[in-house]
Design a protein around this ligand. Structure first.
Ligand SMILES: Cc1cc2nc3c(=O)[nH]c(=O)nc-3n(C[C@H](O)[C@H](O)[C@H](O)COP(=O)(O)OP(=O)(O)OC[C@H]3O[C@@H](n4cnc5c(N)ncnc54)[C@H](O)[C@@H]3O)c2cc1C
Length: 441
């Protein structure tokens, strides 16, 4: 019987364990279905050191001041485990001009201090993190998929798909976005209260030559919030200067995403342009809507995501394999970081996405193009889809992340408490504080 079991070794899970051992709890087990602990922290790992990105203070029941304290603490733990010292975006004066340009084009540039660890260095940071936790008595059971959770007299029984049983007095479920469906199923079964969120982000990932997006020399991951006629909110997200477009594998479709290495750069930069959709009756289930678009895009791509040259998108034509590198249209100037034909299929994003979303994305691209002086809509640039961010369900918790089931806590992206590494880590710390307060372990 463990004092605490944590399902999910992403930032929410690891930081909750860190805070528990700091407070002398020793009987902790972290379980993850993957063979390497980390969750999404392995990917790119840029830390947005501001409460304005990747979290909602209301979801975390935090004041801004407390959030800033926690962010500082979390950043110092990353540094302790050898995160690079370099920071971006510290000097707001240096990007004043971009703030002004954004304003003139119906956009708001949200400044933030950021630390980039990179997919290459994050592995070592996580290894140090794990070594430290193990040194403090935390156990890891990896490559183990928890299938079932049951309440029992003294706490909880967890069963994995290979029939291993685990028992604990306190449980933190932090399964991330990839585990959000599982969390919903478990919640239905054992009666954890939640409500359906009605929002979803549907967008594209844009890739261009690095010099076309020079702002990243000043702010690593600039967030532009753009007003358009068609959307409540359109924003840039997850910028990867010198980075790569990547694939995210789900059970029945693939999405695009992006990352960057710290020490080895490509010639390209990519970022997402996300359109927030607020669903209204009768279809209010964002999972159903998101899956619809993701599946349609993958079906049109022959089982793969779609890539389209901006030139074809503006001409309202599909992209085709035979003209994808056509030098007469400068299409050979941007070489995609995903292999065309093998991992993405040339196609037409307008066939897969609803009209309203395409219109909104196009308007956003035009505004960004004005901000950057015609570098965003160069014909050779690339548009990839589907890029979809599923907001998880809203789990009803108290301010310590405890659900209506006593001693069962939730944290991180999968529980709708965060949308990024730092936010997830904060929610994990709060859940662990909840356990410490309640049980005085
Ligand atoms: C390509 C990519 C790049 C990203 N880049 C950034 C970035 O630069 N900065 C940023 O802030 N955010 C980034 N994100 C988002 C970030 O990874 C997440 O916000 C963050 O990892 C969420 O943390 P979490 O602890 O809630 O969940 P996760 O990190 O997703 O961890 C959840 C863990 O739970 C495990 N799990 C799920 N279900 C089960 C189960 N039933 N049994 C056992 N284990 C289970 C999973 O295997 C996973 O390891 C990126 C995401 C991706 C995909």
């Amino acid at each position: 019987m463990y004092d605490v079991i944590i399902v999910g070794s992403g930032p929410a899970g690891l930081f909750s364990a860190y805070n528990l051992v700091k407070n002398k709890v020793r009987s902790i087990l972290i379980i993850d279905k993957n063979p390497f602990p980390s969750g999404g922290m392995l990917n790119d790992c840029k830390l947005n050191l501001t409460p304005d990105i990747g979290m909602e203070l209301d979801d975390l029941f935090l004041t801004r001041e407390r959030a800033l304290e926690l962010i500082k603490e979390i950043d110092s733990i990353f540094l302790k485990f050898n995160a690079p010292k370099e920071l971006y975006g510290e000097n707001a004066e240096s990007y004043k001009e971009w703030v002004e340009r954004a304003k003139r084009n119906d956009a708001l540039l949200v400044g933030a201090i950021q630390r980039h660890i990179g997919t290459d260095l994050s592995k070592d940071v996580i290894k140090s993190f794990r070594k430290y936790l193990e040194g403090e008595g935390v156990s890891f059971t990896l490559s183990t998929n928890i299938e079932n959770v049951e309440q029992e007299n003294s706490g909880f029984e967890l069963t994995s798909d290979n029939n291993q049983d685990f028992h604990c007095r306190n449980l933190i479920l932090a399964p991330g976005r990839s585990g959000s469906k599982w969390l919903r199923d478990i919640s239905k079964k054992i009666g954890i209260k939640y409500s359906n969120g009605k929002r979803i982000d549907v967008g594209i990932r844009i890739e261009m030559r690095r010099e076309s997006y020079p702002i990243t020399d000043l702010i690593y991951d600039p967030k532009f919030k753009i007003k358009t006629k068609y959307s409540n909110e359109l924003r840039t997200f997850c910028t990867n200067p010198g980075g790569r477009v990547t694939l995210e594998h789900y059970d029945d479709f693939k999405l695009v995403n992006g990352d960057a290495l710290k020490n080895k750069k490509t010639e390209n930069t990519n970022f997402a342009l996300l359109n927030t959709v607020n669903l209204t009756e009768p279809l209010t289930d964002p999972f159903v809507y998101g899956r619809l678009i993701a599946s349609a895009t993958n079906i049109l791509g022959g089982g793969l995501p779609i890539v389209q040259r901006v030139g074809d998108f503006l001409d309202e034509k599909r992209s085709k394999g035979e003209t994808f590198f056509d030098s007469s249209r400068w299409y050979d100037r941007v070489i995609p970081t995903l292999s065309v034909g093998n991992t993405v299929t040339p196609g037409d994003i307008r066939m897969a996405y609803p009209y309203k979303i395409v219109k909104s994305l196009k308007e956003g691209l035009i505004k960004l193009n004005k901000i950057f002086g015609n570098t965003i809509l160069k014909e050779e640039n690339l548009i990839y889809g589907p890029e979809i961010k599923f907001y998880s369900l809203n789990y009803e918790t108290d301010k310590n992340m405890e659900t209506n089931i006593e001693n069962l806590f939730v944290a991180g992206d999968g529980a709708g408490k965060s949308r990024g590494i730092v936010g997830a880590a904060i929610s994990g710390v709060i859940a662990s504080e909840g356990i410490l307060k309640k049980w005085k372990i």
